[in-house]
Design a binder for this molecule. Structure first.
Ligand code: SAJ
Length: 440
């Protein structure tokens, strides 16, 4: 049977290397759509959790999907990544591609996965890279590694690149609805990958050459980073001008061609803070200085410091000093309604406050740890006797805080520093809080 037939009747066996925030949702969707999936991960804890029918990640709807897929026998996980390659007709690589300390792309996880594939590669297999790559990396790094097998990409096996584009907290929904961009080392490779993805998404399937698709993924996230940087700069200006930046942005977004994002405490996560550096580094190799992209990174990387300055200013308004105060930090996760702390702005905020001898007590409804300060999942524990309440993450729970009740347990006067505009400034000021906010 040809691979295209095996894809159309779902008899092809799918292997996925990387059972993380994207790999596991992908695996459960394929499994629940009738494909037999073998998931590979080097983390034994993740593998055991999945094979118990439970999800090692928190993501809307994932628990049910994993339970169903495993109990139906359509999804199994293993640490034996070589078995995943040997046993599968199609292998997807969905591992992280962070940056190193010098802000250069760190492709070690991808190289490791691709090396495992190369050692176990057989003719006729389809390999799809979903991990975000710098433009040119498939040609420069992935293909040479795969061809160490002695097989030729596009001739003896198929190779495609199709980066994930789903947003954490709506990953399952977006994988099944978003348009998908697909690049193939040959047209046939692109067609096979398109046929496969047509089983899981109702979104448009757009094909192009691999290098263009690599670039597209990176500019999508860079576009968002630059947009947020502009709103953060507007916010800092508005604080000096005495204008409410959030209201101004809301009014500007009424314009048919304006869609400014929200200012805040910084840009976290494992994608947007690093993908622009994929561009910056590639451009540097070519003698080009991406000024807009680099400046935007600097603006967003500076926002935690801006929040710390606001905290100092807010405490001063109550004749208090950071080194003599208890500060309640609300939010550890990098954004609202997720447990993901990768690249979170709150790390720098908490660690710097502690270096300044501040008594830091943090809270987060989704996360079970902090950065060596005091932590509780019970918000009252953090707020009680605090000199200042600081909001770093926009969890929904923080959008309905009972300020009147907090006034009774906070030290007087109540001081709020809102980094995500989850608290209504007017309401807080009516209750005599000293309200400070990014962009207020
Ligand atoms: N943020 C702001 N202001 C905003 C929006 C976000 O400060 O108006 C901050 C968030 O608080 C967070 C960071 O930016 O700290 C990133 O959050 P996000 O929701 O913008 O994006 P991610 O990182 O969760 O997911 C992004 C998405 N990319 C785009 O929307 C272009 C997602 O579609 C990608 O799949 C994902 O990166 C990825 O994995 O690349």
């Amino acid at each position: 049977m040809t691979l295209v037939d095996a894809i159309s009747d779902k008899s092809c066996r799918i292997g996925i290397l990387g059972m993380g925030y994207v790999g596991l949702p992908m695996a459960t969707i394929f499994a629940n759509r009738g494909f037999r999936v073998l998931g590979g991960d080097i983390n034994a804890g993740i593998v055991e959790t999945i094979n118990r029918g439970e999800s090692p990640i928190s993501e809307n709807g994932i628990d049910v999907m994993v339970k169903e897929a495993v109990s139906n026998g359509m999804l199994r996980a293993t640490c034996d990544t070589e078995e995943v390659v040997k046993e599968s007709d199609i292998v997807l690589v969905v591992v992280q591609t962070p940056i190193d300390a010098d802000k250069r792309p760190d492709l070690e996880a991808v190289k490791c996965a691709v090396h495992t594939i190369s050692k176990n590669l057989a003719e006729g297999k389809l390999i799809i890279i979903e991990s975000t790559l710098p433009p040119g990396a498939t040609q420069e790094t992935v293909i040479p590694l795969l061809e160490q097998s002695g097989l030729r990409a596009g001739e003896d096996f198929y190779l495609a690149y199709s980066p994930e584009r789903a947003i954490p907290t709506r990953t399952l929904e977006e994988i099944q609805k978003n348009s998908r961009i697909i690049g193939g080392v040959t047209e046939e490779s692109a067609l096979l990958a398109t046929a496969l993805y047509s089983h899981i998404t109702s979104g448009e399937l757009v094909t192009g050459d691999i290098k263009t698709v690599e670039l597209v993924k990176v500019i999508e996230n860079t576009y968002r980073d630059v947009n947020i940087a502009l709103s953060n700069e507007v916010a800092i200006l508005c604080e000096k001008l005495g204008i409410d930046a959030v209201r101004a942005i809301e009014m500007a977004n009424k314009h048919p061609r304006v869609n400014l994002l929200q200012p805040g405490t910084g840009v976290g996560g494992h994608c947007i803070p690093k993908d622009p550096y994929f561009l910056i580094n590639k451009a540097k190799e070519l003698g080009i200085d991406l000024k807009v992209v680099s400046s935007a990174r600097r603006v967003n990387e500076n926002m935690p410091k801006h929040l710390l300055n606001l905290i100092e200013k807010a405490l001063k308004s109550a004749d208090k000093r950071i080194d003599d105060s208890k500060v309640a930090v609300l939010g550890i996760a990098y954004k609202g309604n997720t447990s993901d702390i990768r690249g979170t702005p709150s790390k720098e905020v908490i660690e710097t406050l502690m270096e300044m001898d501040c008594d830091v007590f943090s809270h987060d409804p989704f996360v079970s740890e902090d950065f060596c300060g005091k932590f509780s999942n019970k918000i009252e524990d953090a707020v009680r006797d605090a000199d200042c309440l600081v909001v770093v993450t926009d969890h929904d729970e923080y959008k309905h805080l009972d300020l009147k009740a907090f006034l009774k347990i906070l030290k007087k006067p109540g001081v709020i520093v809102d980094g995500r505009r989850v608290i209504d400034p007017q309401k807080a000021e009516e209750l005599d809080f000293h309200y400070f906010g990014v962009g207020y």
